[in-house]
Structure formats: C-alpha cells, structure tokens
Design a protein around this ligand. Sequence first.
Ligand SMILES: NC(=O)c1ccc[n+]([C@@H]2O[C@H](COP(=O)([O-])OP(=O)(O)OC[C@H]3O[C@@H](n4cnc5c(N)ncnc54)[C@H](OP(=O)(O)O)[C@@H]3O)[C@@H](O)[C@H]2O)c1
Length: 258
Amino acid sequence: MSTARIFDLSGKVALVTGASSGLGVRFAEVLAENGASIVLVARRSDRLTGVKARIEQAGGHAVAVEADVRDRAAMAAAFDAAEKAFGTVTILINNAGVAHSGRAVELAEEEWRRVLSTDLDAVFYWSQEAGRRMLAAGKGGAIVNIASVLGLGVDKGVVAYATAKAGVIQLTKALALELAFKGIRVNAIAPGWIVTELNRGYLESERGKALTREIPVGRFGQERDLDGPLLLLVSDAGRFVTGATIVVDGGQSVALRG
Ligand SMILES: NC(=O)c1ccc[n+]([C@@H]2O[C@H](COP(=O)([O-])OP(=O)(O)OC[C@H]3O[C@@H](n4cnc5c(N)ncnc54)[C@H](OP(=O)(O)O)[C@@H]3O)[C@@H](O)[C@H]2O)c1
C-alpha cells in the first residue's frame, strides 16, 4: 500500500457512540470521509437523522441507531443493525460521555452511577461486544476509547468523571493486551479542552478564556485537532499501535500550574 493510502478506511464498518453532537459527529464525518460505512449511535434520534443525511449528501454511507449506551439489549440491537446494514463492525469509537460538576462529599449516588455507568461501564460492555463479534467473524479491528486529560490528572469537582476516564485508560491497556494477538487493537485518545457546541458558551466567556493560560499552545482545541489522532488509531497507519493513550491537549497536561 502506498503511504498516501495508509489512512484509507474503505470496506471498514465504524460504529460511533455519542454521534448526535460534539466530537462524535466530527468523528463520524471524518471516518465516512475516509471511506468507512458509519453506524451512528445516541439517544437523540432526530439529531442522528441529521448527521446521517449530511454523511450521505457527502457521498458516504450511514445508518442511525437510537440507543442508550447503558442499555445492554439496545447495544446488542445496535450491533445487529450494523451487521444487517454493512457487516461486522471493525472500528468502534466509544465516544458517548457525560460530565458533572460538584464536590465529592456532596455527590449524590445517582450522579456517581450516571457518570460511571455511561463513561466507564458502557465503554467496557461495548468493547466486549465489538470484540466478541470481531473474533467470531475472524476479523481484526480497532477500538478507540475517548478518555480525557482528567483521566491522567485531576481537578476539583470532577471526581466521578476523572475516575471513569482514568478507568478508561487502564481498561484500554487491559483489552489491548488480551486482544492484540487476534489482530484487534485498542487505544485511547485523551483530549484536553476541545470547543464543541455544548461548552462553547463557557469557553468563550471571560472566565473560560482565562483557562487558555494553562495551555502551552495558547488556545483551546478545535474538533478537527482530533482528526489525525483518530485516523492514525483506526487505520493501517497505526497498525503497530495498541494499548496507547494519545494525549491531544496543546501541552496542557505537561505544563506545571503556576
Ligand atoms: N469537549 C471536550 O472538551 C472533551 C474533552 C475531553 C474528553 N471529552 C470526551 O469526548 C466525548 C464527547 O464529548 P463532547 O464534548 O462531544 O460532548 P457532547 O456534545 O455532550 O456529546 C456527548 C455525546 O454522548 C452521547 N451520550 C451521552 N450519554 C449517552 C447515553 N447514555 N447513551 C447514548 N449516548 C449518550 C450524547 O448523545 P445523546 O444525548 O443524544 O444520547 C452525545 O452525542 C465524551 O466522552 C467526553 O467525555 C470531551
């Protein structure tokens, strides 16, 4: 294969969780642009329909499957729908996630469970399901888990989120080790602040802008800053990369806080 084609995803089937907004939409569009058929998963089906239409207008192929990632029956149905439409899922992007804010001593049990079940438990179950199906089909594959720099270092008020994301990084390594010899690679991306529709208001406020002082490159990330790392991890370009976590944060996590 010529090096110009090492990012080509033709013939691959990629399932993206949390594909109804923010980074998940971008991931789905980038994977489609590079040749993969896309399975879009989230709870807001109206949003998924819009993303599917945009991918198809651009010449790609996509199906939308409404599912809550915490629902194991819905998960199995999503993989079934993917197989019916395109064949075995060979790329899984575990992107769906929820955040919270609040001090640990005040955190309600339901809030802890909501974050851990979405941001960690679901990453395990969807990876397990994808892995089982890839093995049964005798196919290799690539799983990419979206962690966070808060899985590496912590801040106040994010105990459940940071714990879940740290778990995702460790889970990535454990799965990579068990699946490597079967041709399934498992990696993670740990983004720093990336501007999306949800956090734009805050990040562009005076208080938010002050945060850029902690980022060596001097700005927040943009969705397209993740395109390269994503494509590397899912394509032949990253064929010897497994168990890794790529930090994409403009240097934020290596800088000492003043
Ligand atoms: N943006 C950042 O600065 C940043 C930094 C580090 C890490 N991350 C991580 O990147 C990922 C995407 O974040 P984002 O910024 O794009 O946030 P977002 O715009 O809020 O998107 C979150 C996505 O997750 C989906 N989701 C949440 N709970 C779900 C559930 N129970 N079942 C199915 N889908 C669910 C949402 O869809 P529905 O509501 O339609 O279900 C939505 O599509 C998350 O894992 C987040 O932790 C983001």
